[in-house]
Design a protein around this ligand. Structure first.
Ligand code: SF4
Length: 452
């Protein structure tokens, strides 16, 4: 099982694989750099999808922040641009207290020709001496959801935690564990997490994730103006919030009112993400709005909602997200948007079903439905920005998740396509997908939308 501490990470937008992962990789390279080496200059090369969407996904900014020692979970989003700007002016940064030349305009190389051998999100760091000789180098793959792996270890990389008492690596095994133990899905995950750390620590972390998600919704609801990037997308969550609030005040409540609010919550989070704000990677940043929107729907619209129910929601969602990570991918660059918004929707469907008291079979069914109707969904971000179609797509992923949970709970858990089969199908569909639809901004809406 993959730990929920790895699946739900606090970071900054706009992308987990293109912002959070590269920042962590850069920081790790600097941390492991031998201080006795005669380093005079640093150079970073981005390959594949990272090179194609570098500035739209803020990969360049993330790399600079990571080299400067910043971490996604602790960097102040409001100060990040100033740090990057200053390094651009100074053309240097400090490594182990010593100044080292680094001109982002020249020392971040976008290599769009070389096809990286292992993973489409690959980046290389080089430390150079004064004579230009490379004195240290490292290559990492950013494999989705903020996970990074040294390139030479990517094939053997294991994200699962060892020695869990009720370990599972498939949906079938997860259901078996619930039968054997008599626990719910959330109970199985909690038992496994408890083998790694005290339950109080787990509860504190779950609360931190909930608070960070809700704070992101709140902040997104009051922000106006346009999002960064050349297409100047206008933020709309604040205006939509005002409209919905006014409509409720006048008691003009259409039957689909809850869906409008769910869409609003997702849009608020994803506008924050697009603006480089603080979000929870769930399981990626591009898809960061789905789970908070459905969690907020549970909190605000479902009778008997409770904090314990929210914990069950996240524990169950983590179980499902881990299965996708282990057996397929949560990287848009590997499998398209089905691996981002599709996985988030599947996780949210399972989480909501759990919070509403579904059986393990119904939860597995909800997760399966949540993904089945995202199969084949491509990634084609306009101008390489995590904005169109990403922001609205999160709203649809959230609404579909609620629909999936509801459909599953109207049944008895029996169904034809299993979660494991749909995960396998998603992985195969992703492998067959043309690379233009895998976070390169070379196909789909990204080329058919006139930028003017
Ligand atoms: S289209 Fe989907 S996978 Fe692609 S950047 Fe947007 S949210 Fe991420």
């Amino acid at each position: 099982m993959i730990s929920l501490f790895d699946l739900f990470k606090i970071g900054i937008g706009p992308s987990s694989s293109h912002t959070v992962g590269p920042m962590r990789a850069a920081r790790r390279f600097i941390a492991h750099l031998n201080p006795t080496l005669p380093v005079a200059r640093l150079r970073v090369t981005l390959y594949g999808s990272l090179a194609w969407t570098a500035s739209g996904h803020a990969t360049d900014k993330a790399v600079i922040l990571g080299l400067a020692g910043e971490a996604p979970e602790s960097v102040n989003p409001d100060a990040a641009d100033d740090i990057v700007h200053q390094i651009g002016i100074d053309r240097r940064l400090f490594v182990h207290g010593h100044p080292v030349a680094f001109d982002p305009a020249f020392d971040i190389v976008l290599d769009r020709e070389t096809i990286p051998p292992i993973h489409p999100n690959t980046l290389q760091f080089e430390a150079l001496a004064g004579d230009g000789m490379v004195v240290d180098t490292a290559r990492f793959c950013s494999v989705g959801g903020g996970f990074i792996v040294p390139e030479d270890a990517t094939k053997q990389a294991s994200y699962a935690q060892p020695d869990m008492p009720l370990d599972f690596t498939s949906g079938t095994e997860l259901l078996d564990r619930t039968c054997q133990s008599g626990l719910t899905v959330a109970g199985v995950v909690l038992a496994n997490e408890s083998a790694l750390r005290p339950q109080t620590e787990i509860a504190v972390y779950l609360d931190l994730i909930i608070e960070t998600m809700m704070a992101c919704v709140e902040r997104g609801l009051v922000q106006h103006g346009t999002l960064p990037g050349r297409i100047k997308v206008r933020r709309r969550a604040a205006a939509l919030h005002e409209r919905l609030t006014e409509r409720a005040r006048l008691n003009q409540r259409p039957p689909h009112e809850a869906m409008d609010w769910v869409s609003l919550f997702a849009i608020a989070v994803n506008e924050e993400n697009a603006a480089g704000g603080r979000v929870v990677t769930a399981p990626t940043n591009g898809a960061a709005g789905v789970i908070p929107a459905v969690l907020r729907y549970y909190r605000d619209f479902c009778p008997d909602a409770s904090r314990a129910g929210m914990h069950d929601f996240l524990l169950t969602a983590a179980a499902v997200g881990g299965l996708f990570k282990l057996n397929a991918s949560i990287s848009g660059a590997e499998v398209g948007c089905q691996g981002e918004v599709g996985v988030a929707s599947s996780m949210a469907a399972a989480g909501l079903a759990a919070a509403l008291g579904a059986t393990p079979l119904q939860i597995e069914n909800a997760a399966e439905i949540g993904m089945e109707h995202h199969l084949g969904m491509t990634c084609d971000p306009v101008a390489g920005l995590v904005q169109i179609p990403c922001i609205e797509r999160n709203a649809f992923g959230a609404v579909k998740a609620i629909n999936a949970a509801s459909l599953a709970m109207h049944g008895d858990g029996a169904h034809h396509v299993s979660l494991d089969q749909v995960i396998r199908t998603m992985a195969e569909t992703g492998r067959d997908m043309n690379h233009r639809y895998k976070e390169t901004a070379l196909g789909g809406l990204a080329v058919n939308f006139p930028e003017c």
